[in-house]
Structure formats: C-alpha cells, structure tokens
Ligand binder design. Structure first.
Ligand code: NDP
Length: 474
C-alpha cells in the first residue's frame, strides 16, 4: 500500500492536522492501492507560515547558489527517474514506456531548460536613462497541479520558484499524490532550506480555495479546468495576487491536401490519443480539406483501429486507462452526446474495449461529419476521442479553428511553407505545431483566450515568478 499521509512542511515530513483519509485507487484494477490525507485550512496556514519565514532569507540567495542547487536537483531527479515513472503509471495509468519517455522525462527536460534560462538571465541591469532595473522573486507562491501530467506540471511550477528565489506551497491533485511525494523527497535530498518548498495533499475546494484566498501568498500558479481556474482567480482577487493559469483546450489540427496525408494523418491520430487523450493541448479537432476528406477518413480509420489499448505496466506504445472513474464517466457521457447529436461514429463508441471488464479503459473513438456547433466539437472531452470536420478553403479552416473559447495550441499539416506562415499568423493559439513539430523544453507554453494566461517553461516561465524593481538615483 502506498502511504502518502504525511505532508512535507518546513523541511520535515509531518502528520497533518486533518485526519480525513482519501483512498488512492488503481485505474487498472479499481482496487485501493494507497492512502493520502486531505488537508484542511489549518494545514494550509502552517505551510504558508513556513514558506513566509523561509522567503525572508531564500529571496536573497545569489544566482550562483541557486544554480548550484538546481544542478543538484537535476542529478537527484535523474537518480529517481524510474521511481517517478513507476509512480505515475501506478497512480494515473500512463503506460510505463510513455511514463518514462514523456511523463518523467519532463521533470528533467524542463529543469535543463530553466537552468539554461537562469544562467542567461540578467537580474540587474542599467537602463539607457541611468536607472537600474532589478528582477526579484515575487514571494510565497501557491501551486495547484492536476493529475494528467503530474510531474510535468510540478516541474513547470516548482522549478521556477526555486530558480528565482521564491518559496511555495504545492497542492497536487489528490488523485496523484505519490509522484508529488517522490518529488518532495528529491527536493529534501537536494538540501533546500526548510520552508522553501512545502507539500500539502488535499482537494481543490478546501486546500486549493484556502491557498487562492490566503493573505500571505503573493502568486497563484494553477493548471486544470477553466472552471477551477476562474474560481482561483476570483478568490485571489481580494488580495490582488498575480494569477497564472494553464487551462483547457480544444486544439484544431488543419489538414491541407498538399501534405503527406498518410504520414501526417496517422501521426495526428496517435498524437490525439497520447496519454489516453488527457492532455490540454491534444489535437482533438481534425479539420480536413474537402478535396481529400474521403481519403483522410480511410487513413484515420486505419490508424484509430490500430491504436492498441493495454495494461500500463506493459512496455509498448499502447494507451492505458483514464485516470479515474470520474473521467471515465465524463468521457462515456461525451461519446453518448456525440452519437445523440448526430455525429457519425467512425471508430469506437461507448463501453470498454474488448477484453476489459474493469479499469477505466476507453475505446479510441472517432466521429466524422462533425459540425463545429456540436458539443463534441467545442467541449474539452479529455479522453481518446477525435472529431473530424470538413472545410472548403483556407479562410473557412481558420474560422473553424478559431471558433472556440480556447486558444492553447493549433496544428497544421501542409507542404506549402508560405501557407504555413500565413495560416499560423491568423490562428489564435499559444503554439502552432507544423508538420509534427513538437514542443522543445525551454520554450514557453501557454494559451490565448480561455486557455489561460502567463507562460510556463524557460525564460518567460521564470519571469512570471519575478517582480521588477527600478532604482532611481539622485
Ligand atoms: P480540476 O480543474 O478540477 O482539477 C485540477 C486541479 O485543480 C486539482 O488539483 C484540483 O483539486 C484543483 N481544484 C479543483 N477545484 C479547485 C478550486 N475551486 N480551487 C482551487 N483548486 C481547485 O479538473 P478535474 O480534475 O475536475 O477535471 C475536469 C476537466 O478539466 C477535465 O475533464 C479536463 O477537461 C480539464 N483539465 C484540464 C487540465 C489541463 O491540463 N489544462 C488538467 C486537468 C483537467 P481536486 O482534484 O481536489 O479537484
């Protein structure tokens, strides 16, 4: 049994004030595999007090020392790499190969990106008018992370805190407490001063809400649903905190007939299903030029039917289950919604894939002949569900792509680089992936519109955690 009942406060593993236990369930067997504690407001107050005290001295740590600590963090993260991968496979069902290659790898990749950016960052500079500009850590930060990319999100928030000289209280999703516990062990081994990093397990409505409203926290960094993100912003408003949000998406993937259809469409389907579709920037709306629509349907069908679903403990490029019954029910409901609203079911459907009687496994599902006003086309499903929408020309493709409250990512498949530039400039999204170009560690990640604000990763991800002070000399 996994025991995640202690919190990491002020450099110690301590018994929480709250005694409210919460079971950790396997997404494969549905059995209880561990237990954690849902913290309460008193636990939050203790953690914030520790972070506030620690900030007084940690904020003055010279850049060289912060870089040395980050290099040590890198070494120890590498040592615990397999533990992190295993934990995420157990707690949220990411297949072990993907858990190593992408999930745990993000803990190292983002850290290397932040180290490079911090090294290059000028924290004190003289402006042309003679004034001096100083970049300082913003203060105590409340960090709330979700269950879909547990270490990716922790790395994108905790590392800039440590890099800039801030202090923090982290609340991971209570469904994925184990990877967060291991990350706290790593930070403990690095030897950060007590109180710089604090970990509280707990739920959003209690611990998340208390952090968002806390008077001694200067910044909230949140990743999750738009619903919870707006709640964090509202609660943070009274104390005028800085709030950065990384929220949902319904990313368009525009396929023009001039691309290598077989390759680009097959990879697009795989990318949509990666992590069982539980990624905020997944390319879930395939917009297809009418002239190649029938051909693309055939390629999609082949690719989706060949998508294996299997036990996440097995090596391979299959997908695993969804993380929990809550998500399974949400996705099943949305598949039903798609059928009811008249979308054509090309592959998959409701229920578990053949051979699975338990666990939160879902059939990879594709709807064709979808129109952008259908719920399956504009609501985030967060499961292995792809919708296909035809378009006549470039202008219509851009209109459909932008016809969403979200703006996290967009994908483009075309061999015409002039068109790629032209269309990219008109897409309202924080990232445009062209012909399979993937995210590189060190680049900023974040969204337009209701996908959030702020940018995570690299230089911009550090700047979000800094205040700027100007010195005017008489
Ligand atoms: P939530 O947004 O509810 O959960 C994400 C994190 O926010 C969790 O740590 C959660 O804690 C916390 N939280 C929830 N409510 C509040 C609140 N009022 N104040 C502060 N923190 C809060 O997402 P769900 O898990 O409910 O998933 C719902 C949908 O959200 C998914 O289907 C998906 O569409 C989207 N989502 C998007 C993510 C992304 O990467 N952008 C990540 C996860 C979900 P707790 O677990 O206790 O609720």
């Amino acid at each position: 049994m996994i025991d995640a009942r202690k919190f990491y406060l002020n450099g110690q593993w301590v018994e929480p004030v709250s005694r409210k236990e919460f079971p950790i369930l396997s997404p494969v067997s549905e059995d209880q595999i561990g237990v954690t504690i849902l913290g309460n407001e008193e636990d939050v107050d203790k953690a914030v007090a520790a972070a506030t005290e620690a900030f007084k001295s940690f904020c003055l740590t010279p850049k060289d020392e912060r870089l040395d600590l980050l290099e040590r963090l890198l070494k120890i993260t590498k040592n615990r790499f397999d533990d992190l991968a295993w934990a995420m496979t157990k707690e949220m069902g990411a297949p072990i190969s993907m858990s190593r290659d992408s999930q745990a790898d993000s803990g190292i990749g983002h850290l290397e990106g932040f180290i490079d950016s911090l090294r290059e960052m000028v924290e004190r500079e003289t402006l042309s008018n003679g004034d001096i500009l100083v970049r300082e850590p913003i203060g105590v930060c409340g960090l709330i992370t979700p269950w879909n990319w547990p270490i990716n999100q922790i790395a994108l928030k905790v590392i800039p805190v440590l890099a800039t000289g801030c202090t923090c209280v982290l609340k991971p999703s209570e469904h994925t407490p184990l990877s967060a516990k291991i990350y706290a062990e790593i930070i403990d081994e690095v030897g950060y001063p007590p109180g710089v990093f604090n970990l509280i397990q707990g739920d959003g409505p209690t611990v998340g809400a208390a952090l968002s409203a806390h008077k001694d926290i200067q910044m909230m960094s949140f990743t999750g649903s738009t619903r919870a993100g707006t709640d964090v912003s509202r609660r943070a408003a009274d104390t005028v905190k800085r709030v950065t949000l990384e929220l949902g998406g319904k990313s368009p993937n525009i396929v023009f007939s001039d691309c290598n259809l077989e390759k680009r469409v097959t990879e697009s389907v795989k990318e949509c299903f990666l992590n069982s579709g539980q990624s905020c920037d997944a390319p879930t709306r395939l917009l297809v030029e009418r002239s190649c629509y029938i051909e693309v349907l055939e390629i999609v069908k082949r690719a989706a039917l060949s998508q294996k679903v299997a036990n996440p403990m097995e090596e391979g490029d299959h997908i695993g289950p969804l993380f929990d019954k809550i998500q399974f029910d949400r996705v099943q409901n949305m598949i039903k919604v798609g059928i009811d609203e008249g979308a054509e079911l090309l592959v998959g459907g409701t229920g578990r894939p053949l051979g699975f009687e338990k666990g939160w496994f879902v059939k990879p599902t594709v709807f064709s002949n979808v129109t952008n006003d259908m719920r399956v086309a504009h609501e985030e499903i967060f499961g292995p569900v792809l919708v296909i929408i035809p378009f006549e020309d470039e202008d219509e493709a851009i209109n459909i792509a932008n016809d969403t409250p979200y703006g996290l990512a967009a994908y483009l498949q075309t061999d015409d680089m002039n068109r790629a530039e032209r269309v990219s400039s008109k897409l309202r999204a924080g990232a445009v992936h062209i012909n399979g170009g993937g995210f590189n560690y060190g680049s900023p990640f974040g969204g337009f519109k209701q996908s959030g604000n702020g940018r995570e990763g690299g230089k911009m991800g550090l700047e979000d955690f800094q205040e700027v002070k100007t010195l005017h000399f008489g």
